[in-house]
Design a protein around this ligand. Structure first.
Ligand SMILES: Cc1cc2nc3c(=O)[nH]c(=O)nc-3n(C[C@H](O)[C@H](O)[C@H](O)COP(=O)(O)OP(=O)(O)OC[C@H]3O[C@@H](n4cnc5c(N)ncnc54)[C@H](O)[C@@H]3O)c2cc1C
Ligand code: SF4
Ligand code: SF4
Length: 849
């Protein structure tokens, strides 16, 4: 623990990402530090970088970086809604808008920045918003609900993120940019143009070189934005994202030195012109530069902590390279992207049909990478960044670094990196830190993450970190145990191989020949899933039954009140009126709650376990089959209405979706799998957020793989373009079967691909070029599974012994008295515990049918 005058009161103003990082670092450096945090917002620090994930389902809690309990445990005093208005430097205290005063010995200003709203008349009306805080998101959401069209003012990095949010909210989205191109800071002119084309292809209209003069009432929409060239655009809401300005008002009022264009001037220790006041993060100006990214802010926080505690870490600038995905379009920018260095030269690769543009900027001697621009494909980003950051000498043909699958491109493995190479820039972890952690006893990726925090920020370095850890462990002869559990000394992939090659058909057989002990809740379901993936056998056979999860055992998802859901398959989302009526009739007869799902089918909730077989009997008789909503298997293939009905459609997306769903239904996999098929690039089926996404083109189908929604959304990667339907199916067969064979247990396709050495390119090589000479086998195996498909519910209701298992209590036919419903919006829902307890509620008694 380092020194800090024990009585020194540290006062932190602002609890954004950087303010919080400072608190965390100082607490780590000195557990007894007396820290008080004044937080201008109503909540403690949250992850602003991933703010957009709020629109794809992340809650404010998911974004939280800390909570009251943690700060309390650390002994940190904190006050929310505490906006500081003045610093009284002579008295060493600050005042808040509520009139409270807080004294300090050392003051840390971490007040961040605020969105710049151009001074356009009419900019302060309702539905004219900014995009910076969780409160802003709530306002945007509310406004979007009352809007059809949305405009983002500003075509920079944040503006495009904001546009994505509006698009996701279903608005007709426009971006209005003053400059002639998008992302002018990070991209060159061609890169900006390629990005614009791609984004417009996704349905967002981009207007460049437009200076808004006034925002007035509109005729077709709420507002009309009138531009300097006398054109106009009508919109219902406007999001300003035209850059940020440092929140330096406190510094200004207190006469701290400020930059000409704002920002509180700091030195290398992050001290302001007052030796007792530090400034860190986006409010701070270092060598006339404001750093609008989180990693430099974190570095400043560490420098300030170091200075306070007598250390010698100093802030010496930061790399501003960025890699991101904007609406599924990969964009990367490294160092001197604009070739401003004297004598700089460049190489470019431009594949216009595929929308891939890469530029490599090198020094006059062609020895060093100075910068790069990547649009449409950032697979070279990590390598180029390491070249640039570590001054690694360029290969003889520098262009090989950006040319597609060139043999001349030298692989820059973990070993080629110098010890000083920065692996995680968020937490400033160098390769040498990782080596030290491993020498200090860390023997897994998780250990190293815990010890160094590498890859716990934006996560961009995860793959590189894993390479370095694996390579270092291997060098030390440490065998990293990849065993699935203590009963089998094999990975899931190896177990799959053993089952298949040896024709093993039961868990007992596998345990006897290749495992030990009795098995556990990890290996049993994993082996159950492998057996199902290899043979597509009836999973409720007596020998397989003990291997199944609760949901699989009852072929339905158990809900919070102990009832089950019933989800029949509705392939491609297409359903006849007769089937709709049948679902309604069943729901009425059994008093089930009905809900249309995101996967375009209808869930029926509230069935008791003993009701399941007879409900399914009716459904199967009406032509339904199980939807596998309970299984780690193919769930749904969502589709848009496609060329049959839609005037934009170029292919019959519904037919393809139905065919795909019928082909892969029942395919058991390491995790659930979702598909979607869109009839044109407008992408109404959101195919890019699925494990397998198919988007129609004039010439066939574009295939995207390994996307997902959920907690950590990830866009699928474009895998192959303009495929005919037969090739499309063959590629999907291969990708899925390769995934089923090689993924870890409970690993989604996205994580699986990220962990494949070589990632997307490797997978393409396996599937398209048959680099492993495996494709015939993969296809044959898929064909076997397809041929062996059975509806598990049909098999179950036809087998008396299986039916008997569906009872609440094994020895009784009685229903569970605990299950009670109340009525809400014309349907049932589970009664809350309080409603059950009070007994006065409208609880609907559940009859035994
Ligand atoms: C949508 C979005 C996406 C982004 N994406 C990325 C990305 O991909 N990568 C990246 O590196 N960066 C990204 N950023 C930028 C990143 O979020 C910022 O660099 C980072 O949050 C800066 O942290 P900070 O603590 O300096 O400021 P902030 O996070 O802005 O925090 C400052 C805090 O101080 C409070 N405050 C201000 N004045 C006062 C006062 N007088 N009294 C009390 N409290 C006060 C504010 O209310 C705020 O809570 C993104 C930002 C946004 C908005
Ligand atoms: S976690 Fe970290 S932030 Fe992020 S650099 Fe590493 S990868 Fe980036
Ligand atoms: S994606 Fe489908 S519904 Fe949307 S516009 Fe294209 S064809 Fe029409």
């Amino acid at each position: 623990m380092t020194s800090l005058a024990s009585k020194e009161r540290i006062l932190v103003v602002g609890n954004g990402m950087v303010g919080h990082h400072f608190v965390e670092q100082l607490h780590q450096a000195n557990e007894n530090a007396q820290i008080t945090v004044l937080c201008g917002e109503s909540r403690l620090a949250y992850d602003r970088v991933h703010l957009s994930s709020y629109f794809s389902g992340a809650s404010a809690e998911d974004l939280a970086l800390t909570d009251a309990a943690t700060y309390t445990e650390w002994g940190v005093n904190f006050v929310t809604n505490a906006m500081v208005t003045d610093i009284l430097r002579d008295e060493k205290k600050v005042l808040t808008s509520e009139g409270q005063a807080y004294v300090y010995d050392k003051l840390i200003l971490a007040t961040g920045s605020y969105p710049f709203v151009p001074p356009i008349p009419g900019n302060n009306q309702p539905h004219c918003l900014v995009y910076r805080t969780i409160d802003d998101l709530e306002a945007i959401e509310a406004s979007a609900r009352e809007s059809k069209t949305g405009v983002v003012v500003g075509g920079g990095l944040l503006g495009l993120e904001a546009a994505n949010a509006l698009k996701e909210a279903g608005l007709d989205t426009h971006v209005v940019e003053f400059a002639p191109q998008l992302m002018a800071v990070q991209l060159d002119v061609t890169g900006g143009q390629v990005l614009k084309d791609k984004i417009e292809g996704l349905g967002v209209t981009v207007h460049t070189q437009k200076a808004t003069q006034v925002i007035e009432s509109g005729e077709q929409a709420r507002y009309r934005m009138v531009f300097a060239d006398d054109t106009y655009l009508e919109t219902d809401m406007i999001l300003f994202s035209a850059g940020i300005r440092p929140s330096d008002q406190l510094g200004k009022k207190a006469n701290l030195a400020l930059g000409e264009r704002g920002g509180i001037v700091i030195d290398d220790s992050c001290l302001t012109s007052d030796p007792d006041i530090y400034a860190i993060g986006e409010c701070a100006l270092w060598q006339n530069r404001i750093f609008g990214l989180v990693a430099p802010g974190y570095t400043m926080a560490r420098a300030a902590v170091s200075h306070l505690t007598g250390g010698d870490t100093r802030f010496s600038g930061a790399d501003m390279s960025t890699k991101l995905k904007l609406m599924g379009v990969e964009v990367g920018s490294i160092g001197d992207a604009h070739e401003r260095t004297e004598g700089a030269q460049s190489y470019t690769y431009f594949n216009q049909p595929e929308g891939v543009y890469k530029k490599l900027v090198v020094d006059a001697e062609q020895k060093q990478v100075l910068g790069a621009v990547l649009v449409g494909d950032t697979s070279d980003y990590d390598t180029l960044l390491q070249y640039a950051l570590n001054g690694i000498e360029l290969p003889e043909q520098p262009e090989s670094l950006i040319l597609p699958s060139s043999d001349a491109a030298p692989a820059l493995g973990a070993d080629a990196l110098p010890d000083t190479a920065t692996i995680c820039s968020c937490h400033n972890v160098a390769k040498s830190d990782i080596v030290t952690a491993i020498d200090g006893g860390c023997c897994s990726l998780g250990d190293v993450k815990g010890a160094t925090k590498a890859s716990t920020g934006c996560g961009g370095c995860t793959a590189l970190l894993k390479n370095v850890v694996d390579s270092e462990l291997e060098k030390r002869g440490v065998e990293v145990s990849k065993a699935i559990c203590e009963h089998f000394n094999y990975t899931r992939q190896e177990l799959f191989h053993i089952v298949k090659v040896n024709g093993i058909t039961s868990f007992e057989q596998l345990l006897e020949g290749h495992g030990k002990g009795l098995g556990c809740e990890i290996c049993k379901p994993a082996v159950g899933s492998i057996l199902a993936s290899v043979y597509n056998d009836y999973i409720l056979k007596q020998e397989h039954l003990p291997l199944q999860d609760t949901n699989d055992i009852y072929l339905g998802n158990m809900q919070k009140d102990g009832t089950y859901s019933i989800v029949p398959r509705v392939a491609g989302g297409e359903i006849t009126p007769e089937k709709l009526i049948l679902l309604g009739e069943v729901a009425k007869q059994y008093n089930l709650y009905t809900k249309i799902t995101g996967g375009q089918r209808i869930d029926l909730f509230g069935a008791r376990v003993e009701q399941l077989p007879e409900i399914w009997e009716t459904l199967v008789a009406g032509g339904f089959e199980t939807g596998h909503a309970y299984a780690k298997a193919l769930r749904t293939v969502k589709s848009c209405v496609g060329s049959t009905w839609c005037r934009y459609g170029v292919q019959d997306s519904v037919k393809t979706a139905i065919d795909l769903e019928n082909r892969y239904k029942g395919l058991r996999a390491p995790h659930k799998i979702k598909f979607a098929v869109s009839g044109c690039t407008r992408e109404c089926a959101e195919a890019q957020s699925k494990d397998i996404g198919v988007i129609a083109t004039e010439n066939g189908w574009n295939l995207y793989v390994c996307g997902n929604g959920g907690m950590k959304p990830r866009h699928g990667d474009l895998f192959a373009t303009d495929l005919d339907t037969e090739t499309l199916v063959r590629y999907i067969d291969r990708v899925l079967m390769f995934y089923v064979r090689t993924a870890d247990r409970l690993q989604r396709t996205s994580v699986w691909m990220d962990n494949l050495e070589g990632g997307l390119a490797y997978l393409q090589d396996v599937v398209i070029n048959d680099s492993l000479n495996l494709n015939d086998e993969l296809e044959a195996q898929m064909n076997t599974l397809v041929a062996n498909y059975q509806c598990e519910w049909k098999t179950t209701i036809e087998d008396e012994a299986s039916r008997k298992r569906f009872r609440q209590f094994v020895n009784s036919k009685a229903a569970d008295a605990n299950i009670q419903f109340v009525e809400e919006r014309g349907q049932v829902r589970p009664a809350t515990e309080m409603e059950k307890k009070l007994g006065t509620n409208k609880a609907i008694p559940v009859d035994v049918i």
